[in-house]
Ligand binder design. Structure first.
Ligand SMILES: Nc1nc2c(ncn2[C@@H]2O[C@H](COP(=O)(O)OP(=O)(O)OP(=O)(O)O)[C@@H](O)[C@H]2O)c(=O)[nH]1
Length: 394
């Protein structure tokens, strides 16, 4: 039996080290998420805890083993909780964690070194783990953060692991009763039968969380313009396709509005590329504030922006363009003593039966070209060739 348990403990040391390494790699390779580092420390401490168990006969006294194993347990559980809270962006006061750690360690010392009470000494770590895992599971379920499925899976596994620990704690509390041998057998069954499987499942669920977080992040990055935070061309097309399908199904109008900053090259040439970037951010912010959240908005080229307005006609899109132009006039871009008036030209096209997204874009683009050709600072609706606004003096 001893040989089997030693083999199991050795395997668990190796698995914990692999999990610690995988979390550390996630930390090093992917934008250094602090929670991955905390989980790495936590799994590293799990390995240490199993090592202590493996080497317990070599330690000076059982009390020494219990006190050190308990202290390692408290630390690894607190790091796991801290990591989850960090990932879910819940504020955690490290002083509170330190206070909890100190309190638990002193309690453990009291029932291990000073006045040994086997039941409490043995139940402390699994009991605390049960509470901590329940806290993690609840936080994961309550969080509105994506990805929901990976979080739900992790919550279930953490809770199952917590319940097993709770069971171990309940059995341990009966170790001082008459049937101690039976209780020890039961305790070992839970510890070496149920626990390792659930521990491995827990480790995999954590890696699954990290992987799905990363996939989500990469997906967002591939659809977002890093300078303005708006959709990039691809993101804009994805959002437009969604709106397009919805409006077609409900037979509602849909209008595309293109906006292109006038004489943008001059800003770059006169004030430098960094100022040009600031102008793009300024323009993007005002545009964002001028449309509804459900509209598809993106920066689809250097200084070209696009908005797909669901359930809106071209006449309504014209009033959006007018609102935006007024906001642009009211809010010149300021940087130090510099004040820059940005102007833009607009092309608008309303979806027609024969259109697909590419032809709609093309018609809006031609309208924009016409607005530029008419002298800029103007709005042109495709098909109507009506000039709204005034030609700027450049
Ligand atoms: N700062 C900055 N400039 C950019 C970026 N992307 C494109 N540009 C610049 O945008 C300028 C676009 O110039 P043009 O196409 O001639 O357009 P324009 O000067 O606005 O003239 P019109 O559109 O005809 O009014 C070029 O100088 C590009 O280098 C960017 O991300 N940041």
């Amino acid at each position: 039996m001893g040989g089997v348990i030693d083999y199991l403990l050795t395997s668990l040391v190796v698995i914990s080290l692999i999990l610690a390494g995988a979390n550390y790699l996630a930390y090093r390779l992917f934008e250094r998420p602090r929670h991955a580092l905390m989980w790495s420390v936590s799994f590293g401490l799990v390995a240490l805890q199993y090592l202590l168990n493996l080497a317990r006969d070599l330690l000076p006294a059982p009390a020494f083993y219990w006190q050190s194993a308990n202290m390692v347990s408290f630390a690894l559980v607190l790091f796991a909780v801290w990591g989850h809270r960090e990932r879910l962006q819940l504020h955690t006061d490290w002083r509170l964690l330190l206070a909890a750690y100190t309190l638990l360690s002193v309690t453990s010392a009291a029932v291990t070194l000073w006045d040994p009470v086997i039941s409490i000494r043995t139940a402390l770590a699994p009991g605390f783990t049960f509470l901590a895992m329940t806290h993690i599971a609840l936080a994961l379920v309550r969080s509105s953060r994506e990805p929901r499925l990976a979080q739900l899976v992790a919550a279930v596994i953490h809770q199952l692991f917590g319940l097993t620990q709770g069971l171990a704690a309940a059995i341990a509390l009966n170790l001082d009763s008459g049937s101690r041998d039976f209780m020890y057998q039961l305790y070992s069954m839970v510890n070496f039968g149920l626990m390792p499987t659930l521990f491995i499942a827990l480790g995999i669920s954590v890696i699954f969380l990290l992987a799905t977080d990363l996939a989500g992040r990469l997906n967002t990055m591939s659809l977002t313009d890093s300078l303005t935070g708006l959709n990039n061309r691809r993101g804009f097309m994805v959002a437009t396709e969604g709106l397009w399908a919805r409006c077609r199904r409900s037979n509602k109008p849909l209008t595309l509005l293109l906006a292109d900053i006038d004489y943008f090259k001059r800003i770059n040439d006169r004030y430098g590329h960094a100022m040009g970037d600031r102008a793009l951010q300024h323009f993007a912010r005002i545009l964002r504030e001028s449309v509804r959240l459900e509209d598809a908005l993106g920066r689809i080229g250097g200084e070209e922006f696009a908005v797909t307005l669901g359930e809106m006609t071209s006449a309504e899109a014209e009033s959006i363009a007018a609102r935006f132009r007024a906001a642009l006039r009211r809010q010149p871009m300021r940087y130090g003593s510099l004040e820059l008036d940005l102007r833009a030209s607009f092309g608008i096209a309303e979806w027609q039966e024969k259109d697909d997204i590419a032809s709609l874009l093309k018609r809006a683009d031609i309208a924009l070209y016409d607005a530029k050709a008419s002298g800029r600072d103007a709005v042109i609706v495709a098909g109507e060739r009506s000039l709204v606004g005034m030609a700027s003096n450049g």
